[in-house]
Design a protein around this ligand. Structure first.
Ligand SMILES: Cc1cc2nc3c(=O)[nH]c(=O)nc-3n(C[C@H](O)[C@H](O)[C@H](O)COP(=O)(O)OP(=O)(O)OC[C@H]3O[C@@H](n4cnc5c(N)ncnc54)[C@H](O)[C@@H]3O)c2cc1C
Length: 318
C-alpha cells in the first residue's frame, strides 16, 4: 500500500516537477495514512526528495534505461506498483509522463486522469478536477478503479518542504521487449528548459528577424528565464522548433510569461494559459494579447526591451 510517484530527472538533476509531485503525493499520503514512494531512474543522489516529504525512494540504475523509452519506463513502474500493491500513482504532465501514463494504465487496468489541477476533491471514490479544452474549461471526474493514475498539471500545486527520513532501495531494471531504439537525442539549446522554467521570455514576428533575438536572450539571461517563440518564428527558422509554444507547440506553465511582439492568437494563448502572470509588450494597443495579459506595455519592443533590461540590471545590482 502507498502512493507512487515517478520523479523525472535530466542531466542528473531532478526536474522541478519531481518536487511538486513529492509535495502533492505527501498531502494525499497524509490524508490516507500511507507511505509515499518515489521511483527514480539513473539518479545517484535522490536525498533531496526527502526534503519534500518522500518516505521511500526506489532507484533503478541501469545503462539500458539511460535514454527514455516509454515502454521500458512504464513496465518498470508497473512492476513496482504491483509489488508494492500501489493503488494511486501520480505522474507529472511532461510529454514523457503523458506517454507513459496510458501504457501504465493498460498494464495495471488502471484509470487515468490527465491535467489534474489540485488535490482530489474526494479520495473514496477518487474525484479530481482537471483542465480541458486547452485550459479553457474544467471538468470533475471520478476514477472508480482498483488502481488509479493522476497526471498532475505542472505548476498547479507547488513545492513545499517537508523533511522526512528517507529509506533508499535499489530495484533491478525490468527490460521489456520493445521495437523502439533510441539512436540520438537532440536537446534544445537554451540554458533553462521551457517546461522547468519559472520565467519564460517569448518573442514573436514583431521582432522582425533572428538578428534581433539578442533582445529576447538578454532579457532571459537577466531574469534567469527560458526563451520561447511563436509558431511562425520557428516555422521561418528564426528559432529552433523546440522553442515553439502554443497549441501545436510546447505548453508553458511558468510563474511569469513575457510575450514580446506576439499578437496573442488563440492557438498561441492555448499553450500559455496556465502561466500564472502574463505580460505583453506590443506596439499595437488592439493586439488580442492585451485581453489575456495581466500586465501590458504598449510600445516598440526595440525601445522597451533594452530599457527593461537596463532597469532590471540596475535593480539587481542595487
Ligand atoms: C492549426 C493552427 C495551429 C497553430 N498553432 C500555433 C501555436 O502552437 N503557437 C503559435 O504561436 N501560433 C500557432 N498558430 C499560428 C497563430 O494563428 C498565429 O498566426 C501566430 O501565433 C502569430 O504569431 P506572432 O504573434 O508571432 O505573429 P503576428 O501575428 O504577425 O504578430 C506580431 C505582433 O507583433 C507586434 N509588433 C510588430 N512590431 C512590433 C514592435 N516593434 N514592437 C512590439 N510589437 C510589435 C504586432 O503588433 C503583432 O501583434 C497556429 C495556427 C493554426 C491555424
Amino acid at each position: 500500500m502507498g502512493i507512487l510517484i515517478y520523479t523525472e530527472s535530466e542531466n542528473g538533476k531532478f526536474k522541478k516537477s519531481a518536487y511538486e509531485l513529492a509535495s502533492y503525493g505527501r498531502a494525499i499520503a497524509d490524508q490516507l495514512g500511507v507511505e509515499l514512494i518515489a521511483v527514480s531512474f539513473n539518479h545517484e543522489d535522490a536525498t533531496q526528495l526527502g526534503s519534500y516529504g518522500v518516505d521511500q525512494v526506489i532507484q533503478i540504475n541501469d545503462p539500458s534505461l539511460e535514454s527514455f523509452t516509454a515502454q521500458q519506463y512504464a513496465s518498470n513502474l508497473a512492476t513496482i506498483a504491483q509489488t508494492k500493491e500501489i493503488k494511486l500513482i501520480v505522474l507529472s504532465s511532461s510529454a514523457n509522463a503523458k506517454y507513459i501514463a496510458p501504457l501504465l494504465a493498460v498494464s495495471l487496468s488502471a484509470g487515468y486522469a490527465s491535467n489534474v489541477v489540485g488535490l482530489p476533491e474526494s479520495l473514496e471514490p477518487l474525484t479530481v478536477k482537471r483542465s480541458c479544452f486547452t485550459n479553457k474549461a474544467f471538468n470533475t471526474c471520478t476514477l472508480d478503479n482498483k488502481v488509479n493514475i493522476i497526471g498532475l498539471s505542472n505548476n498547479s500545486y507547488g513545492s513545499f518542504e517537508n523533511p522526512k527520513e528517507v529509506n533508499f532501495s535499489q530495484a533491478s531494471a525490468v527490460i521489456a521487449e520493445t521495437t523502439i531504439k533510441v539512436e540520438q537525442v537532440e536537446k534544445s539549446s537554451g540554458e533553462v528548459s521551457i517546461a522547468d522554467a519559472d520565467i519564460v521570455v517569448s518573442g514573436g514576428r514583431g521582432l522582425k528577424g533572428p538578428e534581433h533575438w539578442h533582445l529576447i536572450e538578454n532579457l532571459a539571461t537577466t531574469l534567469g528565464a527560458a526563451t520561447a517563440c511563436s509558431k511562425p518564428v520557428s516555422d521561418m527558422g528564426w528559432r529552433p522548433h523546440s522553442e515553439h509554444v502554443g497549441q501545436t507547440g510546447k505548453p508553458v506553465a511558468s510563474n511569469l510569461y513575457i510575450a514580446i511582439g506576439v499578437s496573442g492568437a488563440i492557438q498561441h494563448l492555448a499553450g500559455i494559459n496556465s502561466s500564472k502572470v502574463k505580460v505583453v509588450i506590443n506596439n499595437d494597443p488592439e493586439a488580442p494579447f492585451f485581453k489575456a495579459a495581466d500586465y501590458g506595455v504598449i510600445g516598440d519592443a526595440f525601445e522597451v526591451v533594452p530599457e527593461l533590461i537596463e532597469k532590471l540590471k540596475a535593480f539587481k545590482s542595487s
